[in-house]
Write a protein that binds this ligand. Structure first.
Ligand code: FAD
Length: 288
């Protein structure tokens, strides 16, 4: 079993304190030599400018390969492609292309009158520019809006056929969930890499809420363990152990890349990576 490659997701900061936290996160995780890092685009398109600034700053100052998340929400096609073009001009070559969700409180995704109606349309338009490596989202426990898993996987195939080169999954807690999904994708003719999304549990209450929203199953054994750990004040230790075990199972099953949802808190992700043998790489400029 060889050491996996890794990537990390960040979100754009909304305050000065948040900016420092993101900066710290990038500095702690950059030495692990990620294949790419990605920066989310706020739900409802709410962090358009902040995402752009965070992507640009990380790209310019860290030398990391940065992927900008981009959604179809609340923008015309021209506006969305203008954002993408701005990235290309700055040398950012990776986009995580998503449909996105409606702003909070509204009633499901509704395309902008002059906007992209689906992720497939957005992916096709980005692919036509020839400027980007395009990654997309995938759902091992199916997207909540999908009729069933077969329909969801058929839609993922359309996203790959439209020009995406890999998919990053929603978080999940059992390796078999991922393996079943990966096998079903292969059976459906999807040959693009599917990168498992790993969420080290930083915040137990928040994770429970988020899992409910996304349709991610939390096994009873995880719930029981967190109840104990919360009482004992050992949640970080438990979260590190659980995520490491999940990653280890995935690696044993042939996975060679892990994508971490860091929530801009680097410690758990760093500790899991270290436990898996992903350790800081010396940079040439540091030893010259
Ligand atoms: P799609 O894959 O386009 O749609 C989701 C599912 O709905 C499809 O799989 C399909 O089953 C069904 N569906 C949708 N359209 C059709 C159609 N026309 N015909 C038939 N079926 C259809 N959200 C943000 O706002 N910002 C982010 O930065 C962000 N980053 C994310 C990163 C990852 C790795 C993942 C997995 C999700 C992310 N999300 C983000 C959440 C995402 O926007 C939501 O899950 C959204 O509801 C779906 O976006 P998508 O591109 O995955 O959807």
């Amino acid at each position: 079993m060889s050491t996996p490659s890794v990537s990390f997701e960040f979100f754009p900061p909304k305050s000065l304190e948040g900016s420092f936290r993101l900066w710290d996160c990038v500095n702690v995780l950059a030495p692990l030599d990620p294949t790419f890092v990605s920066v989310t685009y706020g739900a409802g398109g709410t962090t358009r400018k902040l995402t752009h600034e965070a992507v640009g700053t990380i790209h310019r100052t860290s030398g990391l390969n940065v992927a900008a998340h981009l959604t179809c929400v609340d923008a015309t096609k021209a506006e969305t492609l203008e954002i993408a073009d701005g990235y290309a001009q700055e040398g950012v070559r990776e986009i995580v292309a998503l449909r996105g969700d409606a702003p909070k409180g509204s009633d499901g995704f509704k395309p902008h009158a002059e906007g992209f109606a689906s992720s497939v349309e957005l992916i096709g338009a980005l692919a036509d520019t020839g400027k980007f490596n395009i990654r997309v989202g995938a759902y091992p426990e199916k997207h909540p809006e999908a009729a069933d898993q077969a329909a969801d996987i058929a839609f993922l195939k359309r996203k790959i056929d439209a020009g995406a080169t890999s998919a990053i999954t929603q978080f999940f807690f059992e390796a078999d969930t991922f393996f079943r999904f990966r096998d079903a994708c292969v059976k459906a003719g999807i040959d693009a890499p599917i990168l498992p999304g790993i969420l080290p549990i930083e915040n137990w209450a928040g994770t429970q809420r988020f899992a409910k929203m996304c349709g991610t199953t939390i096994p009873q054994v995880v719930t029981d363990a967190f109840e104990h750990a919360t009482r004992d004040g050992t949640t970080d230790l438990l979260a590190t152990a659980l995520a490491t075990e999940l990653c280890d199972d995935l690696l044993q099953g042939g996975v060679d890349h892990l994508h971490f949802y860091t929530l801009n808190r680097p410690e758990l992700t760093r500790d899991v990576c270290h436990a898996l043998g992903v350790t800081p790489k010396g940079r040439l400029q540091n030893v010259a």
